[in-house]
Ligand binder design. Structure first.
Ligand code: SF4
Length: 392
């Protein structure tokens, strides 16, 4: 297929595809899905080999959020029967993080529900970061605390944070349909604050919320423009008790096309398969490893993932290897600080819960009907905030 050959050549040169090319990837048929995966897999291997980076989520503060993000089980008015608890103590968070590190995670993602942190919250999270760094040599820490005020990113950096996550989630044009309590521009501002503080920026999306192909291309191109180092791709988990509970649009093949499009647009960026992989890719998860170079190990913020041991077996069986802490994730040109924007001649690429969204569109595209697999949505009942051992 000429399209795929062109996209592979561009990906190997770190050149931005056109919007039409990105849309054409999403419009390919299920008959072509293996060709699409194989093509995007060449780009993945060029920049990341067969390495898979494992990330581990610690939900520092769960539920009771005043914001109204429609996809989120922790939102204002959510009837989802999730765990609800206030801030974990630094030692509790560190213990949870250690379980993830022992399971092979290279990065710990500290997430808290809420619009954004107070300065007191930043103090608290700083102590948590310091405890985790002290007890887990070499671990990367990413904070995900919502919208940042001036100076907070710098304080997190000074406490030892390596990265900050804040997802764009969906296109600017549809953002107001998903959330009314803050804006798309607020989100962009926080990603820019993280960048400006010298933190590695992590920002991604949630697919399956009813968005059109154009919306998906808009958000992925907007991400490339923002130039984060990592892009988590979440697939909506339609939680009972949230406004999007009936939004079951995704098929495994659709998920693979979305991941492939993201890889072509962001060839040398850490593309992370995030929340919803077990629910929507199901037995096709191993194919996604040919597209992404990063996943979450174990459980998500408010839902349970497959067993950490099963994640590790899947990676090995598919012929990939877990990335060690002695390996730099990003290709040399990016790790050295030259982001995509600086090298591609013709242009570029919540808080909280969005990173592992339990997380809308126009009508689902023709041929994309999907059965509601509510049987695969399990509320988290172990790990942080419980007396039971975490899944790692
Ligand atoms: S995504 Fe974050 S800000 Fe939005 S409702 Fe969930 S916890 Fe609150």
């Amino acid at each position: 297929m000429d399209l795929l050959n062109t996209l592979v050549e561009k990906g190997l040169r770190r050149e931005l595809p056109t919007r039409e090319e990105a849309l054409a990837v999403l419009a390919t048929s299920d008959d072509d899905v293996l060709d699409v995966v194989a093509a995007a897999g060449k780009v993945r291997r060029q920049w990341f080999g067969r390495r898979v980076k494992l990330n581990y989520l610690v939900n520092l503060k769960s539920g009771l959020c005043p914001e109204d993000c429609s996809y989120c089980s922790q939102r204002l008015g959510s009837k989802a029967e999730i765990l609800k608890y206030t801030w974990l103590k630094p030692e509790e968070a560190s213990e949870a993080a250690a379980a993830g590190v022992a399971g092979g995670a290279k990065r710990v993602c500290l997430v808290a529900s809420g619009r954004g942190p107070t300065d007191r919250d930043v103090d608290r999270v700083s102590r948590t970061i310091e405890a985790i760094k002290e007890q887990n040599e070499g671990v990367e820490v990413c904070a995900c605390l919502g919208l940042l005020s001036d100076g907070q990113a710098e304080r997190l950096r000074d406490a030892g944070a390596d990265a900050y996550n804040h997802n764009l989630n969906t296109s600017e044009g549809t953002y107001g349909d998903i959330t009314t309590t803050h804006t798309y521009a607020d989100r962009v501002d926080t990603v820019n604050k993280a960048h400006a503080a010298g933190l590695s920026a992590c920002s991604g999306l949630i697919a399956g919320m009813g968005e059109s192909d154009e919306d998906l291309v808009d958000v992925v191109f907007a991400l490339r423009e923002l130039d984060p180092d990592s892009v988590p791709v979440n697939f909506l988990i339609p939680f009972e008790g949230t406004p999007l509970a009936k939004e079951w649009h995704l098929t495994p093949q659709r998920c693979l096309r979305i991941l492939a499009m993201t890889r072509f647009v962001c060839p040398d960026v850490e593309v992370r398969l995030a929340g919803g992989r077990e629910v929507h890719l199901r037995s096709m998860q191993p194919l996604a490893l040919h597209l992404v170079n990063s996943i979450f190990l174990g459980d998500y913020l408010t839902s349970e993932g497959q067993a950490g041991k099963t994640d590790l077996e899947m990676i090995a069986d598919a012929g990939f290897e877990v990335e060690g802490s002695d390996t730099t994730t990003l290709p040399e040109h990016r790790a050295a600080g030259g982001g995509c924007g600086s090298v591609c001649g013709d242009g570029d690429s919540g808080g909280c819960a969005s990173e592992a969204a339990e997380a809308r569109t126009t009508a689902a595209p023709a041929g994309e009907a999907s059965a509601a697999r509510t049987d695969l949505v399990a509320v988290r009942r172990r790990g942080a905030g419980t007396d039971l051992a975490p899944n790692a």
